[in-house]
Design a protein around this ligand. Structure first.
Ligand SMILES: C[S@@+](CC[C@H](N)C(=O)[O-])C[C@H]1O[C@@H](n2cnc3c(N)ncnc32)[C@H](O)[C@@H]1O
Length: 420
């Protein structure tokens, strides 16, 4: 493989440095704009190359030593080699470049996390031959890891216990391990591709997992309606208190991974939906629906995962809030019915990385919804959907909520107002 010297002049949307060799673009993960690096070309595409840093010849003033021992191999983080100010500037620049495609050229606000490491309340690791790890970025190469610095110490201890449990039992279809923190409780979920009564009959050394809420799940991925979930010590309720609100988490349901930033995001949405008639689409376990309902005229929560919908119903019941209507179904099917039933002022959209179904956008466009609050963890689909809404809606505000420090991911909220 050949070595080249490259000046990095830009940043890609995936957080890689961008340079040029003989006029052709080269993406260099873990290099910063303003740096000169010696790289090895590891991939040649038809109109781009990918390089790996061998040596930083001229470092950026923002470069710092990454704390994670796996940083060079693991595909999880891509901003541990710069300080937090640089990460903020780079993320704003990435988002501005992307959202320009949807016609927005205004300012982008940034709400930072309180921590850069140890902020995640949920981590997922893959299992390969009883080993726990991640896949290398854009590769099927497995990287075994002992700890992930994005989670706290206790969660990493849980990971070590999960690893030992897997080693002792030699399960045949173990796929992933999830560790989730809910206040002082830690839950471990072992996800299996399919059931295997033989290897799951006699759990060895279950004692090492006594202090955790332990679950076995069977299916393709955890947050699916088709996945079967079994609590081993299900007496643990995974309850928590948010200010004076009593809440509970279903381990198989979605939850925002960074508590501090999620709180800021929810406060922002609650403020915008005061006294409004609201639809909260893709509503998960209903926590945001509940918070919105406290100040809104009423709110519909629409969620298709049954486990999450049931939790949303519990939250409504416990807190005796009857301004909420939770509907279990796909937003693309349910939203047209809701629009026939009630007049809606504001719709909150918080879809998965795939973005919104076309029917959802068409329904919004056909109806006189004044405001859209679009929360997205994937600015590629966000930009696509904003483009579709562009004839009828104007983007008035864009904010990055730094839910995932040190990684290229970001939670973006775009506020749209109906034109005319
Ligand atoms: C990014 S999460 C947002 C959850 C929630 N807003 C929160 O803050 O916890 C997306 C949610 O949308 C749900 N979902 C995905 N596709 C859906 C669809 N077509 N209709 C309804 N819900 C969907 C997922 O199950 C998941 O709970």
């Amino acid at each position: 493989m050949s070595r080249e010297i490259v000046d990095i002049f830009d940043i890609s949307y995936e957080g890689a440095g961008v340079g040029k060799i003989d006029g052709q673009v080269v993406f260099v993960p873990k290099a910063l704009p303003g740096e000169q690096v010696e790289i090895e070309i590891v991939r040649r595409g038809s109109n781009f190359m990918i390089g790996e840093v061998c040596q930083v010849l001229k470092p950026s003033e923002y470069r710092v030593e990454p704390e994670c021992p796996y940083y060079d191999f693991c595909g999880g983080c891509c901003f541990q080699h710069c300080d937090e100010d640089a990460e903020e500037q780079l993320k704003i620049q990435i988002l501005k470049d992307e959202i320009k495609k949807a016609g927005y050229v205004g300012e982008v606000d940034f709400v930072d996390s309180d921590k850069r490491l140890g902020y995640r309340n949920k981590i997922k690791l893959d299992v390969q031959n009883d080993k726990l790890g991640f896949y290398r970025q854009k590769s099927r190469e497995f990287v075994e890891i002992d700890q992930c610095l994005l989670a706290d110490e206790e969660m990493n201890e849980a990971l070590a216990d999960a690893r030992e449990f897997l080693r002792n039992n030699k399960f045949r279809f173990a796929k992933s391990v999830y560790v989730k923190r809910v206040e002082d409780d830690i839950a471990i979920v072992f996800l299996f591709a399919k059931e295997d009564p033989q290897s799951q009959k006699n759990f060895k050394n279950i004692d090492i997992l006594q202090k955790y809420a332990v679950y076995f799940a069977f299916g393709e991925y955890l947050e699916s309606n088709d996945t079967k979930l079994m609590g081993i010590n299900a007496y643990r309720k995974l309850e928590y208190n948010y200010h004076d609100h009593k809440l509970q988490v279903n381990v198989a349901g979605f939850n925002q991974v960074n508590n501090y930033v999620a709180d800021r995001l929810y406060e922002y949405v609650v403020e915008l939906t005061q006294n409004k008639r609201v639809v909260n689409a893709y509503s998960g376990q209903g926590f945001l629906t509940y918070l919105i309902s406290n100040n809104a005229k009423f709110v519909y929560g629409i969620e298709y995962q049954l486990a999450a919908h049931k939790m949303a119903e519990k939250v409504k019941e416990w807190n005796e809030n009857y301004k909420i209507t939770n509907i279990c179904g796909k937003v693309e099917d349910v939203l047209p019915q809701v629009m026939l039933r009630d007049r809606i002022d504001t719709i909150v959209l918080d879809p998965t990385r795939d973005g919104c179904h076309k029917n959802v956008l068409d329904t919004i466009k056909k109806n006189d919804i004044r405001e859209i609050i679009y929360i997205s963890c994937n600015f590629a689909t966000l930009t696509r959907d904003l483009g579709v809404l562009g004839d009828n809606y104007e983007i008035v505000e864009v904010t990055v909520f730094n839910m995932f420090p040190c990684t290229a991911n970001m939670e973006t909220v775009a506020i749209l107002h109906r034109k005319g």
